[in-house]
Design a protein around this ligand. Structure first.
Ligand SMILES: Nc1ncnc2c1ncn2[C@@H]1O[C@H](COP(=O)(O)OP(=O)(O)O)[C@@H](O)[C@H]1O
Ligand SMILES: [Mg+2]
Length: 169
């Protein structure tokens, strides 16, 4: 089976923030293969390019050179088979807990009934069943996690074992 994520010789070059006349290469000739169900941590000091790499994997950033494949297919645009947990919880404060959890599913056009079913299942998994209606609930990070994990329903049930990559930064 093709890997869930394949970064082949990826480089990312930006205009330097300090001096826009200069170019800055944040990621250089990086190859990373992640199999389905595999847990991988990318560890390194601040500024070494971890988030840049995840942004490439999520399809938020096209690499300057190199190739990205998702389950064997070249990635074009957003990686719809990935959920992305940002460094900050990035919750939408005007939405209650369950509405935050199902946001990704909703944006993807999944029916509300199905989205609510999957969202509530994820709240249960992270120990927050019954908190769906809360506006300022405890354990905000766990809601974000549930949203990140549930954001990619694809055609499968919301289960990390079923062909989804969850990216966390
Ligand atoms: N859009 C951008 N434009 C210019 N420089 C950037 C941009 N994104 C990231 N960088 C630079 O690339 C380097 C790597 O950033 P980043 O991937 O956020 O590192 P990490 O997540 O490992 O802390 C940093 O020096 C950062 O300032
Ligand atoms: Mg980072």
């Amino acid at each position: 089976m093709s890997p869930a994520l394949s970064l082949d010789n990826v480089s990312c070059t930006f205009l330097s923030r300090d001096d826009p006349s200069q170019r800055y290469t944040a990621v250089s000739d990086t190859t990373l293969i992640v199999g389905e169900g595999e847990f991988v941590s990318v560890v390194g000091p601040t500024g070494c390019g971890k988030t840049t790499l995840l942004n490439v994997a999520a399809g938020l950033l096209a690499p300057s050179t190199g190739h990205v494949k998702i389950f064997g297919d070249p990635l074009a645009g957003i990686n719809s088979r990935a959920g992305y947990m940002f460094q900050s919880d990035a919750l939408m404060p005007w939405r209650n807990t369950i509405e935050n959890v199902i946001a990704g599913l909703e944006f993807r056009g999944i029916t509300r009934t199905e989205a609510l079913e999957q969202g509530n299942e994820w709240l249960q998994r992270v120990g927050l069943s019954g908190f769906g209606g809360a506006l300022s609930p405890p354990a905000l990070g766990r809601h974000a996690q549930a949203r990140g994990a549930g954001a990619d329903a694809h055609s499968q049930p919301a289960d990390p074992a079923h062909g989804r990559t969850v990216l966390g930064t």
